[in-house]
Design a protein around this ligand. Sequence first.
Ligand code: ATR
Length: 293
Amino acid sequence: MTAANTIDHYAVLGHPIQHSMSPAIHAAFAAQTVQQLSYEAIDVAPADLIATFKQLPDEGFRGVNITVPHKEAAWAYAAQNGTLTERAAMAGAVNTLAWTANGLLADNTDGQGLLNDLQQRHGLDLANKRILVLGAGGATRGVVLPLLNAKPASLVIANRTPTRAGELADLFTPKAVTAGCLLHGCGLDALPQIISVTGAFDVVINATSASLGGEAIALPPGAISAEGFAYDMMYSKAPTAFLQAQSAAGIPHCADGLGMLVEQAAVAFALWRGVMPETQPVYNALREQLAQK
Ligand code: ATR
């Protein structure tokens, strides 16, 4: 057996996948923590996903990350064939699989990645804060439980289609009660009324896909407090349309989701390898790479 056959293999599965930064991130984590492993990007068409899950462990794969469009299908597979962490179960989507001695473990590290980015990189203390999350799709559902666990005073989910926000709020209400957090789902058009009654938000997180199309979600004036924080889960070379709008409105602290990308990867790496890598050098290198694109 050659050395290459004895190392553990990992991958990110998506469709398309060629622009994924995950191989570079995990290679950097492996080098930094002196872990012998390989990590590659594999393009898997939706019709081939289940067969790929069955085949990879036999080929020496110990884990995979899952990205668009497979996160929900991976959740369904893991629900049938393995164990879901609580945060993955509630997210309805999985971004990390680990084939362990005890079988298949499925996790969703996106929410913890967001929290680590907000709390550690950007120094935010979310306890007792008023948080607004824009959007009620998969990206939002993936982060609600970890956000609630940070014990904010309130969490408002506002969405273009109000019913989706209401459904998410209903789903997480028992967790919000436990966390002592007021959770509310509403339409974007209800925000002026909410702000006029309860005041500005401390933290606003854009979890919509609007930035992908270069669109900014319009927030009512005074939506974010004078010392508030605006965060976009998307990232790009130039500030996203959402962040540009918040900077122009005078919001002092704005950040994109590049840090979340690195942090969710670090939590997955720690799950697989038992060691938490240092994320800041990897974040710095990616930020520089992005600037040069
Ligand atoms: P993801 O998994 O990325 O969250 P999704 O489930 O398709 O993707 O959800 C996309 C989210 O972005 C939704 O909340 C969507 O609002 P709707 O539920 O009303 O469709 C929101 N979104 C996308 N483009 C938007 C836009 N231009 N303005 C406002 N919201 C937008």
